[in-house]
Ligand binder design. Structure first.
Ligand SMILES: CC(C)(COP(=O)(O)OP(=O)(O)OC[C@H]1O[C@@H](n2cnc3c(N)ncnc32)[C@H](O)[C@@H]1OP(=O)(O)O)[C@@H](O)C(=O)NCCC(=O)NCCS
Length: 145
């Protein structure tokens, strides 16, 4: 069974480093990590943290209403496909609806687009390149739809 709980900023670092920053010399600490509106979710299998994700109150001018941006979504390779990512997003959507947030968005790596589509997100606009990481799409979901 996988449990989703709020975690501290520092608890996200090891998995961010391993999954999102392997051979990529970019920071694993993000602007806004410790902002008052930011929260982080972790997925635990037994007592092991297997996935992390972060949620920040950042607006994208392409979208309407109160918004949150997803950052640092990552599941340890050996634990991918078990539902951890999906369960974190379900919990995030619940928390964000309680906060009256209308739009949820992220910059999605191409390899993750299908995963986000399965959770109801859509792509917006053209593909774009993020230096050292690769191609991305902006993806979004209006939470009241
Ligand atoms: C993308 C990622 C976060 C998904 O997390 P996960 O815990 O493996 O995903 P889940 O097990 O919750 O998957 C939920 C569903 O999406 C599907 N899915 C997951 N990753 C997928 C992918 N890359 N392509 C297609 N489908 C995918 C699963 O098969 C599952 O489908 P189902 O509900 O029909 O069974 C994870 O693969 C990962 O960390 N990848 C490397 C880092 C990365 O790219 N992060 C995103 C940066 S934007």
């Amino acid at each position: 069974m996988i449990r989703i709980v709020k975690i501290e900023t520092k608890d996200t670092y090891a998995i961010r480093k391993e999954v999102l920053r392997k051979n990529i010399p970019l920071p694993f600490m993000f602007n806004g990590d410790d902002a008052i509106d930011t929260f982080h979710l972790g997925a635990f299998k037994k007592d092991k943290l297997i996935a992390v994700s972060s949620y920040m109150k950042v607006e994208n001018k392409n979208f309407k209403g109160n918004q949150y941006q997803l950052r640092g979504m990552a599941t340890l390779e050996n634990f991918q496909g078990l539902g951890a990512g999906k369960l974190m997003l379900i919990e995030a959507f619940k928390i964000l609806k309680e906060l009256n947030i209308e739009c949820f968005w992220c910059n999605a790596r191409l390899i993750a687009v299908k995963f986000y589509e399965k959770q109801g997100l859509s792509t917006f606009g053209e593909k774009f390149d993020v230096k050292l990481i690769g191609e991305h799409y902006v993806m979004y979901k209006y939470l009241n739809e």
